[in-house]
Design a binder for this molecule. Structure first.
Ligand code: FAD
Length: 322
């Protein structure tokens, strides 16, 4: 294999997203002996070069401009187009994140590229990558390949690809963005408090449903999540009741998560919820109803009151971690 792969290194705040490193590791596999290029935008871009090099990037295109510190559809689109025109990649890989879900179809359409979204795996038939993605709300998987010529554009779901360090000393290519005629203007950014750890990238998620019964019912879940170094999520039932913010919702109309461990507390297991968490590596369900559908997909089930069980688990984990 001898391909030129471009990865967009997305950051949140001043931190490089884990999925960007996953994208680089996959990019390295696909590039083979070819070139692995990363692009980073925002005033922190230069600070990411070393980490990107540690994960195989041969070249890092940096746009050090504070207007790019936060995602803006038009700005990112035009800067991304510039990098593609300059580098002419065979394959483009980005995270399947809210921002990249916005910009990827625009780019693919602008250049007439094929786009395979939300990939959770890749297989090789000879040198040709075959991309695996979930369909029917995670009930089945399909395998897709590109048949057209032109660059192949894929988005990858966070937490599904191994991060493999592959140290290089990348060349840095600083560039300035061409002036953009903005179609949209961001007037205000309202930050919702959804916890320090990004839910979509968390390795452990403790989720609460309508069974928590009250906003305060999330406190024991929060405590368990903190002890485990995880994030708190929720079902729509809990969000609809006003127990927590919709930013925590997991499922078909919420976030899709694939942590190593998902602990569902007081969640019945409706299909729309399961669509957002069924690919978690290990699922633990705590529910007082032994017939709750969540037990059908759980690896471990605990029948009982979450207000008794969650504090017991927290206490046990505290002992183990201390
Ligand atoms: P319930 O179904 O009410 O379940 C509560 C559970 O808590 C019960 O199983 C009960 O036995 C248990 N329980 C109660 N008290 C305790 C206790 N003390 N200890 C232990 N267990 C207890 N839902 C989502 O989650 N995400 C989505 O993205 C989503 N999208 C949707 C999109 C559409 C178009 C539609 C129609 C629905 C969608 N829903 C979604 C809603 C979904 O159908 C369910 O209504 C919702 O998931 C139910 O939430 P729940 O499991 O918290 O509540």
């Amino acid at each position: 294999m001898n391909k030129k792969v471009l990865v967009f290194a997305e950051s949140k705040g001043s931190v490089l997203r884990q999925v960007s490193l996953e994208a680089l590791s996959l990019g390295k596999q696909i590039a083979g002996q070819g070139e692995l290029i990363a692009a980073a935008f925002g005033s922190g871009a230069d600070g990411y070069v070393e980490a990107l090099g540690q994960h195989g990037a041969n070249q890092v295109w940096t746009l050090s401009d504070d207007r790019y510190n936060r995602y803006h559809s038009d700005l990112y689109f035009h800067a991304f187009v510039q990098v593609i025109q300059e580098t002419n990649p065979d394959v483009i890989i980005v995270g399947h994140t809210a921002n990249m879900k916005d910009v990827a179809p625009r780019i693919a359409s602008r250049f007439g590229y094929g786009l395979i979204t939300d990939c959770t795996g890749v297989e090789f038939e000879g040198e040709e990558p075959i991309y695996i993605r979930p369909i029917y709300a995670g009930k089945a998987f399909e395998k897709k390949r590109f048949t057209s010529s032109g660059a192949m554009f894929i988005t990858i779901r966070p937490n599904n690809f191994k991060v493999e360090p592959s140290p290089t000393l990348p060349a840095t290519v600083p560039f300035q963005a061409e002036p953009v005629d903005l179609q949209t203007v961001i007037r205000e950014i309202v930050l919702k408090s959804t916890g320090a750890i990004d839910l979509a990238e968390a390795k452990i998620v403790v989720s609460g449903g309508r069974g928590v019964k009250h906003p305060d019912g999330f406190e024991p879940l929060q405590e368990l999540a903190s002890v485990l170094g995880g994030a708190v999520g929720a079902s729509r039932g809990a969000c609809d009741e006003g127990y927590c913010d919709y930013g925590l919702q997991i499922g078909q109309t919420g976030k899709v998560v694939t942590p190593d461990l998902y602990i569902a507390c007081g969640i019945s297991g409706a299909i729309q919820h399961v669509a957002g968490m069924s690919n978690s590596k290990v699922i633990v369900a705590i529910n007082k109803d032994p017939e709750a559908p969540i037990f059908q997909i759980a690896d471990y089930g605990i029948v009982g009151d979450l207000f008794e069980i969650v504090p017991l688990l927290t206490a046990e984990f505290k002992k183990k971690i201390a």
